[in-house]
Ligand binder design. Sequence first.
Ligand code: NCD
Ligand code: ZN
Length: 346
Amino acid sequence: MEEIEIIKPDDWHVHFRDNEILKAVVPETSRHFARSIVMPNLVPPILNAKQAIEYKKRIEKAIPKADSFEPLMTIYLTEETNKNELKTAYKNGAIFAVKLYPAGATTNSDSGVKDIKKVMPVLETMAEIGMPLLIHGEVTDKEIDIFDREKVFIDQKLDFICKKLPELKITLEHITTKEATKYVENGNENLVASITPHHLALNRNALFVKGINPHNYCLPILKRETHREALIKAAISGNRKFFLGTDTAPHLTKDKESDCGCAGVFNATYCVPILTQLFDNKNALSQLENFISRHGALHYKLNINKEKVKIFRSSKKIIFKKFINVNKEKIKIFAPDFPVFWKIIK
Ligand code: NCD
Ligand code: ZN
């Protein structure tokens, strides 16, 4: 059996939810990752340090004893966010980063930002203190075609923020387009991007193979093959501006398979083997560690993890479990449409 050893990875974008779902999904991430940035889009959202600290405690309770895992907490930016409170919470370590959702852009984003200009004073404070801003980069205007929302966001909103505040550390999250890879490549050194395993694995046809497939529906929505190819190129390029953020986003199967199914792909369980396969398919295994274990830590100015993990190549394709259980309900685990031979033995 072929084997590779890499620095233990980090996941720079996860949704853990709360209560029973939280208990079921946290171990799926803590098993393989050392650290994760945790999204604040609960209902109601995490808006301040007190809520973030309480949420962190609930997450910590769900981490199995055998795992050493650190959740890094975020708050949800609104037009009411107080910059002085934010500064204190960042300085004392309660909050690691701030998440900007344009209002209505995705799951649980109703209280997001409507007018970027209204949050510029908060962003200026963040730039001064070096606090990272994480952006869901899609416009929400109904007239804009859903496949163009990321590109239009870059042109109309992101460019404005980057030009006004070049010193602000920005992660354009879960990028999905060639335009995003180009913009980030050419942008200032503080602008970086995360990429998900499902956007690397699938193009938009996967939404409609043999019928409509709600389990491949996420936001930003999957794009054309040319865009997927651009994302792969960025991920394997060795460019420090690109790193993994899985955007693992669990929803109960009944909420995905409904007449108005939720956006989000739950990919925590097999994302490392899937990424290893994708890099292997491109003869780029030497870049895997950079993408999943180094580049994010470099951007966020954190130590590179000391622990290592081994990934093995089996001669037979790996049979994935299809679901995790949450009481009597279940959550579908993401699996790509190509065979995966790599696995982590743990
Ligand atoms: C996420 C969720 O379900 O919270 N859904 C998704 O499709 N990615 C929200 C998000 O990150 O956009
Ligand atoms: Zn997300």
